[in-house]
Design a protein around this ligand. Sequence first.
Ligand code: GLN
Length: 489
Amino acid sequence: MSELHSLSVSQILNGLAAGDFSSRELAQAYLKRIAALNPRLNAYLYVDAAGALAAAEAADRQRAGAKDPAGLPPLLGLPIAVKDVLAVAGMPATCGSRILEGFVPSYNATSVQRLLDAGVVILGKTNTDEFAMGSSTENSAYGITRNPWDEERVPGGSSGGSAAAVAAGLAPAALGTDTGGSVRQPAAFCGLSGLKTSYGRVSRYGLVAFGSSLDTVGVLAHSAQDAALVLNAMAGYDPRDATTLEQPAPNIHLNGNASVKGLRIGVPREYFIEGLQPEVEAAVRAAIAQFEQLGAQVQEVSLPHTAYALPVYYIIAPAEASANLARFDGVRYGLRIEQDNLIEMFSRTRGQGFGPEVKRRVMIGTYALSAGYYDAYYGQAQKVRTLIRDDFARVFEQVDLIAAPATPGSAFPIGAHAEDPLQMYLEDVFTLPANLAGVPGLSIPAGFDSTGLPLGLQLLGPYFSEERLLAAAHAYQQASDHHTRRPQL
Ligand code: GLN
């Protein structure tokens, strides 16, 4: 049998059920690998070794004492990592920001609580761009995270710590969040399957808000099959998040042979634009051809307002962020720079607590929302957002899924966009539209470039079509092996 840290979620669950290894052995294997590799990669900001071992031992006891194994929690003993923008009771939540230094939430995010109820063992919290603003994890106040496929390159962002952790075998799966691409883009850069859920599918309670109308909780794992297992456990209606839909939690089990026979796949011409790396285009076209060989019907489609997604997102997301981040003022959470004068205390705390990208967003957002400019910027952006959503609705009358590149290129070198925020924003051109429309998306490994870096195919589906997306990806993954490759570390 291969080493414990290289098993998939489903292999782990089967192995635990069969008694091939214990949860404790599994947690120990991951903790050992974290101790060895995290100093190099900086994927985790916080590791709870004692808590993880205690939870793993409790899981083993529960399994040993069970009269009916079928009644055990579905993910009992499975280790996972959690992006540091989600609250885990008793563990620091920094959001990659100095301003939250020392803040330890006393409660669990709903997504986290549901996974705990399903039996997971939380290994720790993973690095992120500050408040999830970025595409490289270079905006973290706690150091950059390195891409396990090439340590001189970024893992993507903002869920770069989660992506690097899973790719390097420091966790079999991890939670991420996706406001504009932060699950799908790092999944593409690290050779993973990254699911961005439909808006309203997974509760945002306990997720530190960035862009409230765009934020979603998702999963990074090796395969669609693994992502589905985690999604099942955490999705569903939550009275604490009024935007979650009152629908039963999904119950997606991708065990048998999935088929894409007759599935109509649309390829949007607006996603094959100048700036798309030829190797990405080649890999994406090859993956689409493979779907066709597997029986899917492929046709070109048009999403005419795609080009507006970037400017629209960079009004709406900063506008919402500027309002959400007003709560970090030195009074309630984390950092406080003591001053005699209250206003001075606010401004020193925010001045020293926030990094440059967060300040840029707060300034853009405050400007876009200011009296006299509201209609011209925020109001206008909302109207164009509706056109983008309508594009998807129209195309999903013709096709079942959309297939497109996840990113314009493969992982870029650390520092490549450091001086140019616009270049960084352009990394998200292909992922932002799904957030503006609220629809689910999945990035899956579609091959490697000539230097051995992973490339991602993005699948998009209609609202609440996670099962269709994951099943299509599963069919592809049964017929390909890109997702089984691991970096040499
Ligand atoms: N990279 C995008 C941004 O900087 C998206 C981030 C995200 O999805 N959290 O806003």
